[in-house]
Structures are given as C-alpha cells and as structure tokens.
Design a protein around this ligand. Structure first.
Ligand code: 5GP
Length: 203
C-alpha cells in the first residue's frame, strides 16, 4: 500500500541549458523516480531508440492521438509535435511513482491547469553568453538554427514565473544536487500523504 500518490515534476529549460543530462542524472540517482517518454513526430537522432528516448510516430498518428484525447499535454516545438501520454501519467500517479516530465513551457502551462499538485522546475543557464557557447560547442546545429534557439530561449526564460523552483546550471554537480534536494523535499510534503496511512499508524 503506497503512502501517497506519485508526484509530477515538470522540468523545462532553453535548449543547451543541460536539462537532458540533469534529468538523466536524477532518475539514475533516486529510487522510485522515472522519466516520462514522450511521443514525437521528429525524426530520431543518431543513437536515439524508439521506446527509450521517445515514441517516434507519424504526424497522422499524432493527430489521431490528439483527437482521441490521449495526451495530458502536447505542443509544437521547433516545427515538430511533442506530447505526453495521459494514461501513463495517471497510472504512475496511482501507483505512487514520481515522474519527471522534460517538456517545454507550453506543455508546462497545460500540465499546470490539469494537475494541481505538479511541481515545476526551470533550469536556467548562468548567462545568455554561456548558453550560446554551449549551443555552438555541440557542433550539431547550423548558424541559423543557433540564432533561432537563442531567440526561443529568451521567450522561454520570460516564462520563469510559471515555475516553483529555478536551478542555475553553472556547475553540473551542484545543479544535480539542487534538483535532487527539490525532489526529496517535495516527497515529504504533508498534503501528499494518503490520510488512511496516518490513521492506520495511530490504530
Ligand atoms: P528535443 O527534440 O531536443 O529532444 O526536444 C525539444 C524540446 O521539446 C525540449 O525543450 C523538450 O523539453 C521538449 N519536449 C520533449 N517532449 C515533450 C513533450 O512531450 N511535450 C512538450 N510540450 N515538450 C516536449
């Protein structure tokens, strides 16, 4: 019998802020915490696997899923569609498993209006100059793509007020430790406990 429902941790960041590595770091280092696998219409990158990184689907399949109400949230990001399965989230919450949603700010807004107890974390780069440098160091994006991501980063950072916590990723280990502390503290919140557990304890 679980003591509480699973918690949704929504983590957003501008591209290049180190969110993917941080999310992987935290799911590797904490028990009972899993990463929600999104559906996307974008093509897999080298090294990505269907069912592990994303469920890669066609635009038609994605639209059918939207029509069927399968998504807890979905959004268009960089001309591709991304969405989170409602069924998977509901199952995890019921089973008391905590879930990390690595989603953009549009998706975060939708989750906020449907899941009252979700926790929102924004990963901030230490400066715009460092963000640009990190994007350039990836060497995977063309100049116009880097410009586009930098413009989008400004819009995303302006949405910081949606989030409960800000983690500045200047130093990876420190950022990971802050993210871990957020998860650990949120797990101890009184309001999440299923009351019957306390009642049983007192019996
Ligand atoms: P990438 O294509 O680089 O893996 O992800 C691009 C952006 O899409 C990232 O900001 C990522 O957080 C966001 N993203 C990934 N999955 C989802 C999702 O299911 N919903 C939303 N709204 N954004 C997502």
């Amino acid at each position: 019998m679980k003591h509480r429902d699973g918690i949704l941790f929504v983590v957003s960041a501008p591209s290049g802020a180190g969110k993917t590595t941080l999310c992987k770091g935290i799911t590797d280092s904490l028990e009972n915490l899993t990463h929600s696998i999104s559906y996307t219409t974008r093509k897999p990158r080298p090294g990505e696997t269907d069912g592990r990184d994303y469920y890669f689907v066609t635009a038609d399949r994605f639209r059918d899923m939207v029509q069927a109400g399968d998504f807890a949230e979905y959004a268009e990001v960089h001309a591709n569609l991304y969405g989170t399965s409602k069924r998977v989230l509901d199952d995890m919450i019921r089973e008391g498993i905590d879930v990390i949603l690595d989603i953009d700010t549009q998706g975060a807004r939708q989750i906020k209006s449907h899941f009252a107890t979700a926790v929102f974390v924004f990963i901030m780069p230490p400066s715009m100059a460092i963000l640009e440098e990190r994007l350039r160091n990836r060497k995977s994006d063309r100049e116009d793509e880097i410009r586009k991501r930098m413009r989008r980063a400004v819009d995303e950072i302006r949405d910081y007020g949606l989030y409960d916590y800000i983690v500045v990723n200047r130093d990876f280990e420190r950022a990971l430790s802050e993210l871990r502390s957020i998860v650990v503290a949120e797990r101890c919140r009184t309001k999440l406990l299923r009351n019957n557990w306390i009642e049983d304890l007192l019996r």
